[in-house]
Write a protein that binds this ligand. Structure first.
Ligand code: ZN
Ligand code: ZN
Length: 351
């Protein structure tokens, strides 16, 4: 079968590899679409870090690694003892492996597991392959109204929705979303579904602002050359907002967030900020602002996002693009350079 394997930094090869077969409790999936995200960029351009020559303690994964952790497809095989799943079922994969033993896991916060790893980051196989094998507990059935491309978007939208939930906001509240990439879009649509009344999106790139406007978001702000906090407050009846969600991870957004919040506002960091940023801790004390983050998604979030996709919460026009597997390396470069929105790699149908 055809797969895209990461051999080392900026070395992704589309090659013929042996087809995996499911063992007991495992399910084989013919992948239809696999999404690419910032985590992939990190592994490809700065790593590989999560996957090395040392077998991963949970999965045994080593390089070369078939990339791809955001995927959906059709069940193509079943290992012994798997029930409730049939060949031909349309499924999306919740790709997290966690240890079930560490402090985080035993507290129910499996997304924060000490050893957390994702199928397609460091595991036996990944979503950028015609076939992959996952534990049956990763499988989620898709309702008939959700197609496989939408199914491949569930994972990043679950990451985004967890961030929306971490803001603690709901009906009547106001929120600023910093950054209108795919995660920013997911956060914004998730907040709208939660009933957040006033949504402000801040994004310097015109194409991304246009995509947000096309999704029906009224207040889309270009931060270039303006005082963002003043502009948001002007549009928000003179008041700061209840929460700011950082989906950009730039030093500039980190300096905006505290000034845009009202007292007891919450600043949620969803982006993994690689840069050191200037920070004035007294800003937290001055207005009793809470600074927190969001990582992955909690139990039940994945299923909830599938239901929300079926409900029409997540229109996908204008921000999802498809590429072939042999275009993946170039697509990763274009994604890093901000020239792409959400990218789905379409896998060739197995013969
Ligand atoms: Zn991802
Ligand atoms: Zn754990």
């Amino acid at each position: 079968m055809i797969a895209a394997q990461l051999h080392g930094r900026e070395d992704l090869r589309v090659e013929d590899v042996p087809e995996p077969e499911p063992g007991p409790g495992e399910v084989k999936v013919a992948v239809a679409h696999n999404g690419l995200c910032g985590t992939d960029l990190h592994e490809y351009f700065d790593g590989p870090m999560a996957c090395t020559d040392e077998p991963h303690p949970l999965t045994g994964g080593v390089l070369p690694q078939i990339m791809g952790h955001e995927f959906a497809g059709v069940v193509s095989g079943l290992g012994a003892g798997v029930t409730g799943i049939a060949v031909g079922d349309r499924v999306s994969i919740e790709p997290l492996y966690y240890c079930r033993e560490c402090d985080a896991c035993t507290s129910g916060l499996t997304r924060l597991c000490d050893n957390i790893i994702t199928h397609g980051i460091c595991s036996n196989g990944g979503g950028m392959a015609q076939q992959t094998v996952v534990p049956a507990w990763m499988i989620h059935h898709l309702p008939s109204s959700v197609n496989l491309a939408q199914g491949a978007l569930i994972e990043p939208l679950a990451v985004a929705f967890n961030g929306a939930l971490r803001s603690g906001t709901g009906p009547g509240d106001s929120v600023v979303v910093l950054g209108a990439g795919p995660i920013g879009i997911g956060v914004t649509l998730g907040l709208r579904a939660l009933g957040v009344e006033k949504l402000f999106v801040v994004e310097p790139a015109a194409t991304r602002r246009a995509a947000m406007s096309d999704l029906g978001i009224e207040h889309v702000i270009d931060p270039t050359g303006i005082d963002v906090a003043a502009e948001v407050k002007r549009r928000n009846g003179g008041r700061g907002v209840h929460a700011a969600i950082d989906c950009a991870g730039a030093a500039a957004t980190f300096s905006v967030a505290p000034s845009v919040l009202r007292v007891h506002g919450r600043y949620v960091i969803l982006a993994f900020v690689p840069a050191e940023v200037p920070f004035q801790p007294w800003l937290l004390a001055r207005s009793e602002i809470e600074l927190t983050g969001s990582c992955g998604y909690g139990p039940g979030v994945f299923t909830r996002v599938i239901d929300m996709m079926a409900d029409g919460t997540y229109p996908t026009t204008g921000w999802v693009e498809h590429v072939r597997i042999d275009e993946a390396s170039d697509a990763l470069s274009e994604l890093r350079d901000g020239l792409r929105m959400k990218l789905l790699v379409d896998l060739p149908v197995p013969s």
